[in-house]
Design a binder for this molecule. Structure first.
Ligand code: BGC
Length: 380
């Protein structure tokens, strides 16, 4: 039975004033047409289970929707684009009422989104903007440009070029650094890199920072699908090609904890972090537990914490608004142009986590326990 049909029918009944119902029940769930949450399914498409953040995102969205009584179809695509397209196709044919999608390739879902629009299924882009389609109704994410600013700032603070309060640091440099970026098909990777480069540029210009490899464009430094092993290999290649003259890399801009771990492995294999060879300042993102331990142990400099519990909550709020045939509330209607239209967005703040911030920010908020931080493993 098409729930959409019921919804449209229900809305018509309401519009004609033929209902004696004085509004929704106290529970407030369901849509204005009178569909109960249990009649409504939300399709949730997540990219991969190789990174723990997406597992946490998927679980949080699912739990929060189920707690309100909705049905949830949660799928992971193993970072494979055809798999994700097929999963979204299937959600549509199986009668999803709203779609929440964290895309693998932000440009690869146009035909699925057309089918969703034809079936009047609202689409919420989750964390990653879906590009090149008019059929994206809303975007929930973090302030992605600020993530990049925060990563570059952490690098500057770690090197001593800047203080945490933004004032000029006591170090002069020049420091040798290398840059990494995420997957080019992920819209976020560009925002992260732009935010970082805008912040680093004055220091590169005044020569207190030097990218010794000369690789400074996003195309040169991007890591396809955000793969840890690819980052490790690139770092190994950089060490061989640009640091075989006795110089040491002193800082690495890394946009994601998984990449940071690959980079750190390459550095450790080359002797960094042992026998008086200083580990460079390495940044990160996501507060993954293995990386939080590395920060706690003084190996990784920092990470950027994005509270996925809050993002999941925003996705649920937006999904419910659509189910009730309302527009979700945006706090940004300018930044996220997907190539066809500016997608109204709700953006959450981000937070830099250095070693001293682990307890107040991650442990006290219940994101990780002290035991998990000490062991570097999630208890599940
Ligand atoms: C997310 C990051 C994540 C990266 C790799 C990006 O789209 O915003 O939080 O680190 O994907 O999974």
């Amino acid at each position: 039975m098409s729930k959409r049909f019921l919804a449209v029918l229900g809305a018509t009944v309401l519009a004609l004033g033929l209902t004696a119902c004085g509004g929704e029940g106290a529970g407030g769930g369901g849509d204005t047409s009178g569909n109960k949450p249990a009649d409504l399914t939300i399709g949730v498409a997540m990219p991969t289970q190789t990174s723990e953040r997406w597992i946490a995102d998927g679980n949080s969205v699912k739990e929060k929707l189920q707690a309100k009584g909705y049905k949830v179809d949660l799928q992971y695509a193993g970072d494979d684009i055809p798999t994700q397209s097929q999963q979204v196709d299937q959600m549509i044919t199986q009668g999803a009422d709203v779609l929440v999608i964290a895309a693998i390739d932000g440009t690869a879902l146009s035909s699925q989104l057309q089918a969703a629009a034809d079936a009047k299924i609202p689409v919420i882009a989750y964390d990653r903007l879906i590009r090149d389609s008019p059929n994206v109704n809303f975007y929930v994410s973090f302030d992605n440009y600020k993530v990049g600013v925060a990563q570059a700032t952490a690098l500057l603070v770690g090197l001593g070029l800047q203080n945490k309060d933004g004032s000029k640091g006591s170090a002069k440099g020049p420091f040798d650094i290398e840059l990494f970026a995420g997957s080019l098909d992920d819209n976020n990777a560009h925002f992260f890199f732009d935010g970082a480069m805008d912040t680093l540029k004055p220091f590169i210009d005044d020569k207190s920072l030097r990218v010794k490899s000369g690789q400074t464009t996003i195309e040169q430094v991007a890591i396809l699908r955000w793969q840890q092993e690819t980052a490790q290999r690139r770092m190994e290649d950089l060490l061989t090609s640009s640091y075989n003259d006795g110089t040491r890399v002193q800082g690495v801009l890394s946009p994601y904890d998984g990449l940071s771990r690959g980079i750190i492995t390459a550095l450790q294999n080359a002797g960094y972090g042992a026998k008086g060879v200083k580990m460079p300042v390495v940044t990160g993102q996501d507060a993954e537990i293995a990386s939080v331990k590395l920060i706690n142990d003084g190996v990784q400099n920092s990470t950027i914490f994005k509270d996925t519990r809050l993002l999941a909550e925003q996705a649920v709020v937006a999904a419910e608004a659509f189910l009730q045939e309302k527009e979700p509330q945006a706090n940004d209607t300018k930044t996220y142009d997907n190539g066809v239209k500016v997608v109204p967005s709700n953006l959450l703040p981000v937070q830099t986590v250095y070693k001293d911030d682990i307890k107040p920010v991650l442990v006290d908020s219940g994101y990780w326990t002290a035991e998990e931080v000490a062991s570097g493993q999630a208890k599940g």
